[in-house]
Design a protein around this ligand. Structure first.
Ligand code: NAD
Length: 345
């Protein structure tokens, strides 16, 4: 009998996205962490070590780590030799520089939404195009905003067909830990169409979508307001039932304690590690359907919404699961997204 070898996943960039993906990889069947990278010491690496992750560093940083008595796993090059796939979650524009190393080591690579679609030639969002990622070598998991939009639009498109979408995005100006970007006292518009609509078309090219966006002095989440025109009429009841049985979408009522982004965040603070909220949260009261038009207001937790999609993407690229809904179901069990099994299979 051939023993099954777990897929070894390297996490390059142990920041907001990288550390979250690492935690879920660690607990997922069929994969394990080969190591995480860092350019210099930070207290966060002690936590990585406590979680059992080897830390790989550039050759010229090894002495700094040695002097602290922090035992590293090796160099970035060593990690590339050990891993089967890397999730590159370094800041924008670093992954293109890393790509030649990955190519030299014949590594499969996932990059994040801050990179251009052209870097990998394929953009991924689980509900929209899981099957197209099967056995690919390079994928880009779309950004937090595009993931939120794609979940809703692909769900409505599968059920009714989508004629067109207008999306207005109220974006958080910075992540909670990014004190260097504040204090901020402005609402900053994108002057013209925002990149989010075109980005949705990287995973669903047939969708007619126009998007506008402003950034506001807020760190907890983005808020989306959408008007989706369907190809046929439906009812609010039908749309609520559809979202109820869709993975990674939840509906909550303002009057039941989800009155604003702070209250949503507070609920998830109590509910889950790091108050992560990888579900797309749709507010119940503003959800409306008028003929063919669906009106939606949703909350997107930027730091965690792409995490399950990264895990699904690993499964698809490494051929761990060919069935989209089974992949999503297994990922969501590990992430802790509580929805009934019939939502997935
Ligand atoms: P981050 O700044 O929180 O983390 C990046 C990490 O990479 C840091 O720990 C940094 O020290 C490390 N790093 C920097 N240069 C490096 C290098 N050359 N080699 C190895 N490590 C290096 O960034 P993030 O917010 O996690 O964003 C990463 C990617 O994910 C970006 O493409 C971003 O657009 C995308 N993304 C971010 C969010 C979000 O809200 N933060 C949401 C979705 C997608």
């Amino acid at each position: 009998m051939v023993a099954f070898m777990a897929i070894k996943v390297g996490i390059v960039g142990y920041g907001t996205i990288g550390k979250r993906v690492a935690d879920i990889v660690k607990n997922s069947k069929g994969m394990e962490i080969a190591g995480v990278t860092s350019r210099s010491y930070s207290c966060r690496l002690d936590i990585a070590k406590d979680r059992g992750f080897s830390v790989f560093v550039p050759e010229d940083a090894a002495t700094e780590f040695d002097n602290r008595g922090f035992k590293v796993g090796g160099t970035f090059e060593d990690l590339c030799e050990t891993a089967d796939i890397v999730v590159d979650a370094t800041p924008n524009k670093i992954p293109p520089k890393n790509m030649p190393f990955y190519d030299n080591h014949n590594l499969k690579v996932i990059v994040q939404g801050g990179e251009s679609h052209e870097l990998t030639g394929f953009s991924f969002s689980s509900l929209a195009n899981y099957e197209e990622a099967l056995n690919r070598n390079k994928c880009r998991v779309v950004s937090c905003n595009t993931t939120g939009l794609s979940r809703v639009i692909s769900t409505l498109d599968s059920a009714y067909g989508v004629d067109n979408v207008f999306a207005s995005l109220i974006r958080r100006a910075a992540d909670p830990r990014e004190s260097s970007k504040g204090p901020i006292n402005a609402v900053k518009p994108v002057m013209g169409v925002s990149h989010h609509g075109p980005d949705v078309r990287t995973v669903m090219p047939h969708i007619d979508i126009y998007s506008m966006a402003v950034a506001v002095p807020h760190t907890l989440s983005h808020v989306h307001t959408l008007r989706v025109k369907l190809k046929k009429e439906t009812s609010r009841e039908d749309v609520v039932a559809l979202f109820d049985k869709t993975p990674r979408i939840v509906i909550g009522k303002g009057k039941e304690g989800f009155g604003d982004t702070c209250q949503v965040a507070e609920y998830y603070r109590d509910f889950r590690l790091r108050y992560d909220m990888p579900e797309l949260f749709i507010w119940d009261e503003p959800l409306d359907v008028v003929g063919k038009y669906v009106y939606i207001m949703a909350n997107v937790h930027q730091e965690s919404i792409v995490v399950p999609e990264n895990i699904d993407c690993i499964k698809a690229m490494c051929g761990l699961e060919t069935d989209k809904m089974k992949a999503i179901y297994e990922t969501d069990k590990v992430v802790g997204i509580a929805k009934a099994r019939h939502c997935y299979i």
